[in-house]
Each structure stands twice: as C-alpha cells, then as structure tokens.
Design a protein around this ligand. Sequence first.
Ligand code: FDA
Length: 420
Amino acid sequence: MTAAYDAVVIGAGAAGMMAAGVAAQRGLRVALVDHATHLAEKIRISGGGRCNFTNIGTTPANFLSRNPDFCRSALRAYTPRDFIELIESHGVRWHEKHRGQLFCDDSSESIIEVLRRECDAGGVHWRMPCAVQAVTIEDGVYVLDTAQGRLRARQLVLATGGMAIPQMGATDFSLRVARGFGLRIVEPRPALVPLVFDAEQWRPFAALAGVALEVGMRAVPTGTDPAAGAPGPGAGRHHRRHAAPDFVEDLLFTHRGLSGPAVLQISSHWRPGEAIVVDLSPHEPMADYLLRQKAGGRQLLSTVLAQAWPRRLAESWLAQSGGLDALRVADASDRDLRALAGRIHDWRLWPTGTSGYKKAEAMSGGVDTDELDQRSMQARRRPGLYIVGEAVDVTGWLGGYNFQWAWASGMACGRALLPA
Ligand code: FDA
C-alpha cells in the first residue's frame, strides 16, 4: 500500500518534530517516521531529565562548523525567546540555572509534550515505531520503503540526528541517505565527550576518580604555539581551529581520564595527537598566592594547595610534579614557586582518545553546510531534500545550544516546505 504526502520527515526528535509540526500547521500533509518505540528519548534524558532546552545567550559563536556563518540566518529567524514563548503558551515553567542555560521546572517530558501537541494540532501522521528500509527517488518524488508500507512525497526531511548514544537507537541514517544522494559529508566525530588517556600515563591520577574542581581549559590546535596559543601555519584550514575558546567550567577526574563540563566543551575542539591545557587556578594568580603563603609559615606545599584544591588532588599533582608534595613552601625558592605556578596555570596533557559515541552528548561534523541553503535547510543540488538538526555540520557548545539549533533549523525547514 502506498501513502502520499507533501512531506515525509524521518526522525521524530527535536528538529524533526519542530519541522513536521510547523509544516503541518501551515496546511501540508506531513508524515513523521521514527524507528524508536519511545518518542524523543534524547530530549527525555537531556539535562539530567530536566532538558536544558536553550541558552538565552545563543549566538553563532557558540557553534562549530566548517562554515561558522551558516547557522546565522536560522538562529536569527527563531530565537531562544521564540521557543520560550512557544513552551509558555503550553504552560511549561522554566528557570535559568547558570550562564544562560534554561531548564524545565518539572521534567523534559513537558518539552516532548509541547512538540507532540504542536504536531497533533497540524494533523501530522505519526508512523512509529517504523523502520525505513530504503529511500529512492522516482520522477522527482521521494519513495520510502518502510515497515508500514511505501510512502511517497515530493519533499523529504532527514532529521535523524547524530550518532551519540547508539545504545538508544542513534544512527548515521541521515548521513548515509545524504551521501547516497551525492551530498558531501564533513567527517563525523563524537563531541561533548570525556577524554581518555593511556592507562600507564593515567595511573597516578586514576585514584582521583570523583574529584572535581573549577578549571580553565583550552585545546591547542596543531600548528599553533602552545604557550602563546597564537595561530600557526596550520590554523584555519578546518573548523576555525585557531578560534578554539577558553572555557572556565568544572573538571571531573575519572578512572580513565577527564570529564565534566570543561572537558566536554574542549573535546569538540580537540583532535587526536593534540594537547589540552588545564589552568588549575583560573581565578587566582598562583605565583602571588604561593609567595604570600611562603611569607606566612612553614606549611607543606600540599597543605597550601589543599586550601585551593581538593586535598587528594593537591597531593597527587605535586607528587607527579617532581615529588613536591613533601616540600615546605618556606624551603622553596621564589623562582621555583613561580615555575610551579606556571605549571599550575598551564598543565599540559595529551589525551589518547575520547570515550566515543557511547558517552558523547553530540556528534560534530555531518552534512556539509555548503550543500544546504541556510534559510530553508534544503539541499542546493537536490530539490525537495532537507536536512535539519544534529545531522548538519553545526555543533553547539554544551549548555542548551544544540537544542536551540534543532528548534531553529527545524523551524526554518518547516516554514520553507511547500504545499502541493
Ligand atoms: P534527535 O536525536 O533529537 O532525534 C533523532 C530521531 O531520529 C530520534 O527520535 C531517533 O529515534 C530517530 N532515528 C535515528 N535513526 C533513525 C533511523 N535509522 N530511522 C528512523 N528514525 C531514526 N542538548 C542541549 O541543547 N541541551 C541538553 O541538555 C542536552 N543534553 C543531552 C544529553 C545527552 C545524554 C545527549 C546524548 C544529548 C544531549 N543534548 C543536549 C544534545 C541534543 O539531545 C541533540 O543535539 C538533539 O536532540 C538533536 O536533535 P535532532 O532532532 O537532530 O536529533
């Protein structure tokens, strides 16, 4: 049996539901297909169950992409304020946690419910769970062979997101279909993901698992001078590598390496073989602090640092830094204390990899933005084919930016889809 639609959206997640609901409310006949049994699992688990649904300070600078300007138009046309207005019209209450990150007061279910109701208001045809076996094109019409029969539409929206958390059903479906239609793909990688180290190298720190503190963190792209952080000859050829920002966020030690918001942020900028630089005292100049402490008494350096850091970290870190844990601050020369302070502000580490898609919160890379029209998300060389959300090479920082991209790109597409 064949069913015909104005548009078929594959992926009933954040971007797909937004696109489907908007288009359907404009009068289009829309089908929304998803292979999952439960609706929008990533929204459900996001933000610890409260969904960090946007960031009030969203700007294009909060995204990585081969073309950093691509996201500009969609983000301007649908802002965090617009999304707040939408959820408030459904009675959802929210609060700001910190740094512009907005969360639901109750649970992320309420965001799913808003999107579900918006789709129902337009009469979207739900087809889930429903696997898509093949996508072909016949005389300019997209033909989908699915577990619920054949679907035909002049317009197809790929909204299956990224590959993070495959154990929850994430796939590279959109990338495969886009590639099949001749679109270029920017190599996908896990993003917002813990970093891991060689087991031997990490052994001295493995016992610190669970220790957390606020740090400054930056990635050192290949071809840049690590000490100065200045762009070198290799900079600028990839994802605006020279512009990797510094983040001041919490760092968490794990058995295999580092996690926590600071590391998740920097992981999107890091590439294998590169160093990361941790500033273990982002707010206080350590040289001043240590020299003040030297004047004040005969404490162990580890005791002095334990006033600023968790004690376990102070002891392990100093032990690794030339056995300084047993040294009294009064016995160290000013020069040595200044050198130590330099290392505290500039702790350089070489991760061997990431924890992979299983632990990632996002995927970077995806359908090359050069292939898409920035106002509609339509493929330039494939009329009627649209790609939205995380499947596009636009990756947000941690903090609600990825959902804002999903809403904005879904909205751009939903407004652009054409009625019959
Ligand atoms: P999304 O993943 O939402 O939806 C894709 C849909 O496609 C899914 O329903 C899936 O079942 C379906 N699908 C996949 N393959 C398919 C196939 N082959 N056939 C049919 N259907 C298929 N972001 C943020 O801004 N704030 C936050 O708090 C968080 N928190 C967070 C926590 C965790 C643990 C993760 C993993 C991710 C986040 N994120 C986040 C990121 C955010 O969830 C993500 O960027 C968006 O959900 C992306 O929206 P999309 O609509 O593109 O994909």
